[in-house]
Design a protein around this ligand. Structure first.
Ligand SMILES: O=P(O)(O)OC[C@H]1O[C@](O)(CO)[C@@H](O)[C@@H]1O
Length: 246
């Protein structure tokens, strides 16, 4: 596990974008696992600059972590829409394929199976993650057990309240989502988790230095051999001193 602490989200975003670039430059048919949320926006902004400077994405496949159940791709709060607005529409060369779970599939169980098959046939080289204030990754919420496969999850009250900032009213926040399971996340060759702000500090500290437990889903990342935590000073503020990078 590596921990990098940056002065600003902008600096952190540039670092993450270069990690993504390295994969694209060195893997024959790169597969990037992508995330949504306010945290990854500086990463995508920096990545767009690299793409503007000629980074070729035409062999790259992208696979997103999750989508709200009931929001179609043209809904402004759907993760399809987020990806288009914050990344895809700005890229001069489009990825060869881009995948986001379909939250309005008539049969969500079939959709989850389809998504798992897709992940298995496209092993992820680099998985980008944010983290919920409760330690969730993707939408794998804290629980006494975690599901390994893509599944429909009921969002916790904490997540609904936290994500209400993106909706007109908390009543409009969907209560369910389709999310990749922890297996797909842990199968990625490399994982980069990004967290900014004081409100993520507790989840970061518990995930990095607490015990591995399903009640803190991001603590599962301790089981992976290639994880980089990309933090700012606030999100790193509760880490034990010995874990602070020198
Ligand atoms: O970056 P934000 O907006 O705090 O969101 C963090 C996490 O929340 C989610 O958007 C889902 O709630 C995750 O996909 C993300 O990792």
């Amino acid at each position: 596990m590596r921990i990098r602490v940056f002065e600003s989200p902008k600096d952190a975003g540039i670092y993450v974008a270069t990690l993504m670039e390295q994969v694209i430059l060195h893997v024959e048919r790169p597969v990037l696992g992508l995330a949504t949320g306010s945290t990854v926006i500086p990463c995508y902004q920096a990545f767009r600059s690299l793409a503007d400077c000629g980074l070729d994405l035409s062999r790259t496949v992208t696979i997103n972590l999750d989508e709200y159940v009931g929001l179609s791709a043209d809904h402004a709060q759907s993760y399809h829409y987020f990806m288009r607005e914050n990344l895809f529409q700005h890229l001069p060369t489009k990825p060869e394929e881009s995948h986001v779970p379909n939250g309005v599939a008539a049969n969500l169980e079939e959709e989850c199976k389809r998504y798992d098959a897709l992940i298995q046939s496209h092993p992820i080289d680099l998985q980008l993650l944010g983290i919920g204030v409760n330690g969730h990754i993707g939408f794998n919420e804290p629980s006494h057990s975690l599901l390994s496969r893509t599944h429909v999850v009921s969002l916790s009250e904490e997540t609904i309240q936290s994500n209400a900032r993106f909706f007109d009213t908390v009543k409009n926040v969907p209560h369910q989502a389709v999310t990749m399971g922890v297996q797909a996340i842990l199968q990625a060759k490399q994982i980069v988790l990004v967290a900014f702000g004081k409100n993520k500090a507790k989840a970061v500290a518990e995930s990095v230095s607490g015990s591995v437990q399903t009640n803190v889903p991001a603590s599962m990342l301790q089981l992976h051999r290639d994880v980089t935590w990309v933090l700012d000073k606030e999100s790193a503020s509760l880490l034990p001193g010995e874990l602070w990078p020198h």
